[in-house]
Design a protein around this ligand. Structure first.
Ligand SMILES: Nc1ncnc2c1ncn2[C@@H]1O[C@H](COP(=O)(O)OP(=O)(O)O)[C@@H](O)[C@H]1O
Ligand SMILES: [Mg+2]
Length: 235
C-alpha cells in the first residue's frame, strides 16, 4: 500500500515536471520566433518602406519611378515573401504529416546540403513507419537544429547523421561534424543561443537522454537515446 502511494506521488511529480518542461520549451520557441520575425522580416520590410518613402519624397520633387526602381522593390518584396515561406515551413513542416521520419530526414539533409555546400552523410537503420507524431516531430526538429548548428557554427566539411536501434524500444541518434568544436561551459555562461537548451528540453519531454561531446578544435558529437515504445517498429 505504501509502495502504491509512493508510485502515485512519483508519477504526479514527473507529470508536473514534464508540464513545466513543455511550457518552458514553448516559451523559448516563441521567443526565438519573435526574434526571427523582428531581426529578419520586420527589418527588411522597414528598409523597404524607408526606401519607398525616400522615393516618394523625391517623386514629389519631380523625380520619377523608373522601371528599374520598381523591379528592385519587387525583388526585395519577393525575398521577404520567401523568408516568410521558410519560416512557415520551419514552424509546421506540412510534409512531416505525410512522410516517415526516415524520408523527412533525408529530405531535410538533402536541402541543407544543397544550400550549404557541406557534405551530409545520412544512415538510417530503422523502419520508422509507425512512429508517433510527437516523437517524429521532436526528432525532426532536433535533427534540424543540430545539423543547422554544425553548418552555421562549426566550419566543418562533413556532417554525419545516423539513426539506429540501440536496445529494446530505444533509438540511438548521432549527429556529428568534423568542425572546430566549442567550449560547452563558455556557451552556457553566455546564454545567447537557445537551440541547445531546446534540444535538451525536447529530449526530456520524450524521456530520453542527451550527451553533447565537443572540444574546441575537435568537432562536435551529439548522441541521443530516445524511447519510442512502438511494438510495430522493427529493425
Ligand atoms: N556543431 C557546433 N559546432 C561549433 N559550435 C557549436 C555547434 N553547435 C553549437 N555551437 C555553439 O553553441 C552556441 C549555442 O548554440 P544554439 O543554442 O543552437 O544557439 P544559436 O545557434 O542560436 O547560436 C552557438 O552559438 C555556437 O557557438
Ligand atoms: Mg542553433
Amino acid at each position: 500500500m505504501v509502495g502504491t502511494t509512493q508510485d502515485i506521488t512519483e508519477t504526479k511529480r514527473l507529470e508536473v515536471e514534464l508540464l513545466h518542461v513543455k511550457d518552458k520549451t514553448e516559451n523559448e520557441e516563441r521567443r526565438r520566433l519573435a526574434r526571427n520575425i523582428h531581426d529578419g522580416i520586420i527589418q527588411r520590410l522597414q528598409a523597404l518602406l524607408l526606401g519607398l518613402n525616400t522615393r516618394i519624397a523625391a517623386a514629389h520633387n519631380g523625380d520619377i519611378f523608373t522601371p528599374e526602381i520598381l523591379e528592385e522593390t519587387c525583388q526585395d518584396l519577393a525575398g521577404v515573401i520567401q523568408q516568410l515561406r521558410d519560416l512557415s515551413t520551419d514552424l509546421h513542416p506540412e510534409f512531416l504529416d505525410r512522410m516517415t521520419l526516415h524520408d523527412a530526414i533525408f529530405f531535410m539533409c538533402d536541402k541543407l546540403e544543397r544550400q550549404s555546400g557541406i557534405e551530409i552523410f545520412v544512415r538510417i537503420g530503422l523502419k520508422l513507419e509507425d512512429l508517433g507524431m510527437v516523437v517524429k516531430r521532436n526528432c525532426y526538429f532536433i535533427f534540424q537544429e543540430a545539423v543547422t548548428n554544425a553548418i552555421k557554427h562549426s566550419r566543418c566539411t562533413l556532417i554525419k547523421v545516423s539513426l539506429e536501434k540501440c536496445c529494446s524500444q530505444t533509438m540511438l541518434i548521432i549527429i556529428s561534424d568534423n568542425g572546430q568544436g566549442f567550449d560547452m561551459e563558455e556557451v552556457k555562461s553566455k546564454k545567447d543561443g537557445i537551440g541547445l537548451s531546446i534540444i535538451r528540453e525536447r529530449v526530456t519531454r520524450m524521456q530520453g537522454k542527451v550527451d553533447y561531446c565537443s572540444t574546441p578544435g575537435d568537432g562536435t558529437t551529439l548522441t541521443l537515446r530516445i524511447p519510442y515504445n512502438d511494438p510495430n517498429l522493427a529493425c
